[in-house]
Design a protein. Structure first.
Length: 286
């Protein structure tokens, strides 16, 4: 992917996601045409060797991103322009992404896909990915609280080593470059047994990654990440279905609304996840 490809990549990102969502009865999910360009430019800086486009008859038909992190890695977003779907462009793109992943020595490559997109699931399955977890795409409205939990504090640059160690221990993912990026773009909260990233843009707050060893720790991190938000802010996150106790607490205490299901897919080795893990869609590296 070159800099000159980015405007076309941004168009495809908008059109592909809006098309698949609207065909299944949802509203458009990419309302800002600049989102795809921001993602592409960010990943060209972060993972320049993993940003690829696929062409059909000389025209850019889609794009994909690979994020190697040692033995683990992430893939995504993967998008093909609606006009070129069903013509082999998606398979060619994924074949190249997994080829580069294998070349980089990634033993466990992960991605997240919308479960209602059965065409994408089949594409990932035929290239070696296996569905490992169900995630709930969900949101709630912030309510505010008198104070944040006493054991949680914001991370300073000197704490990033601790954040790295927590993810290494519970997830087996080593991605210090992502933590540095997220620290610049948002805020990281540190608890005795976990960490949380939040990114606030206007009235929308995205939570994740969240990693914690206990339910109490996970809930304290959610509270810390939402206490100081204006009331009724839109808070978005992916909740793992296997963490039924966390799900029930968010439903009861926060009025969580579930919008759709996602599948966490893995190509290669998989040892599961210890504790509580709320992944993030940016960066898509684990």
């Amino acid at each position: 992917m070159s800099a000159s490809d980015v405007p076309r990549v941004a168009e495809i990102f908008r059109d592909a996601f809006n098309d698949v969502y609207q065909r299944r009865g949802f509203g458009p999910v990419v309302t800002d045409h600049t989102v795809g360009a921001v993602i592409a430019d960010s990943y060209r800086d972060l993972d320049p060797g993993g940003c690829v486009v696929v062409t059909v008859d000389g025209e850019v038909a889609g794009s994909g991103f690979l994020h190697p992190r040692g033995a683990t890695g992430g893939a995504g977003p993967i998008t093909i322009a609606p006009a070129y779907q069903g013509r082999g462009a998606g398979r060619a793109l994924m074949d190249e992404v997994v080829r580069r992943s294998d070349q980089a020595g990634v033993a466990s490559l992960r991605l997240i896909q919308d479960s209602f997109n059965e065409v994408a699931y089949a594409l990932y399955a035929v290239t070696g990915f296996v569905g490992r977890e169900i995630l709930l795409r969900a949101s709630f409205r912030s309510r505010g609280a008198p104070r944040a939990p006493a054991g949680v504090r914001r991370v300073h640059r000197a704490d990033l080593g601790r954040v790295r160690a927590i993810e290494n221990d519970l997830l087996g993912i080593d991605r210090p470059q992502d933590h540095a990026l997220l620290h610049r773009l948002g805020e990281i909260f540190l608890a005795p047994d976990g960490m949380l990233v939040r990114i606030v843009r206007g009235n929308v707050t995205v939570l994740g990654p969240l990693v914690a060893t206990s339910l109490d720790g996970a809930l304290e991190l959610v509270a810390a990440g939402t206490t100081d938000l204006p009331p009724h802010s839109d808070v978005r996150l992916l909740v793992p279905a296997r963490c039924d106790d966390l799900l029930r607490a968010l439903l009861v205490d926060y009025g969580l609304e579930i919008h759709s299901l996602c599948t966490y897919m893995v190509r290669g080795s998989w040892n599961g996840v210890r504790g509580y893990y709320v992944p993030t869609l940016f960066p898509e590296s684990g």
